[in-house]
Design a protein around this ligand. Structure first.
Ligand code: ZN
Length: 238
């Protein structure tokens, strides 16, 4: 069995495919793993509701994971949804804005999330903050870029006199490789858990079931997830 890093990690955990894969990644590496989630008035609040079942499901996959999984922290950031208007937080159409950014872009969201996560990590003596941002096939969010995360890590460590490490295990892999990573970490049972229990759809649809999970099948998040699944399975692009 590979040796486990004795240090601890805090995973930004939304209940989606990416952050669930990141949580499994951290549980397979670190001796103590806690999770943090944010309520910010998102339209797909169903994400927040699947967090507990997904955490329990992960703990059920491995006694080691169950032992390492620590408390969950939920931070209400409703103010973000009031200050930052987007298609994720208001009843606006999905699409592309005049400046080329997706309408689902919530300005500053990941900067705020990572900063609050760093505050919690700092106070709890946790060294690593893990986030599922990715610039390979991302939806065009500039705060998911590697340079953004690296710059923020420098700013946080300077500003808090800390040595936090922001870890981004998905940064350079695509959605198909994220499915493969889940399979590498937890085999078929973890893939099944991701399909059945995680939530990615922007409009909060859990009534339509597909091979890749629940969702409307039409929003950007569903299309990315479905295309990644098809590529991983060697199926035609949907
Ligand atoms: Zn959808």
């Amino acid at each position: 069995m590979p040796s486990v890093d004795p240090s601890s990690a805090l995973v930004l955990f939304s209940g989606g495919q990416d952050s669930t894969t990141c949580l499994a990644w951290a549980l397979s590496r670190y001796e103590r793993v806690e999770t943090i989630g944010f309520g910010y008035g998102q339209r797909h609040a169903v994400e927040m509701e699947v967090r507990d079942p997904v955490r329990r499901g992960l703990a059920g996959l491995s006694p080691d994971w169950a032992r390492r999984l620590g408390p969950d922290h939920v931070v209400p950031l409703d103010v973000l949804g009031r200050v930052s208007v987007s298609a994720l937080t208001a009843d606006q159409p999905m699409g592309t804005r005049a400046d080329g950014l997706p309408s689902t872009f919530v300005p500053g969201r990941n900067l705020v999330f990572l900063t609050f996560a760093a505050i919690v990590a700092f106070q709890r003596g946790i060294k690593r903050v893990v986030t599922g941002v990715c610039e390979t096939d991302f939806s065009g969010y500039p705060d998911c870029r590697d340079d953004t995360v690296k710059a923020l890590q420098v700013a946080l460590n300077l500003g808090m006199e800390a040595r936090l490490v922001l870890e981004t295990p998905l940064m350079w892999i695509d959605k198909a490789e994220t499915w493969q990573l889940a399979h590498d970490l937890g085999g078929g049972p973890l893939v099944d858990l991701v399909v059945a229990d995680t939530h990615t759809c922007y409009v909060g649809d859990r009534s339509h079931r597909h091979d890749w999970g629940a969702g409307c099948g039409a929003c950007d998040a569903c299309r990315l997830r479905a295309a990644g699944w098809a590529k991983w399975k060697g199926l035609p692009t949907p």
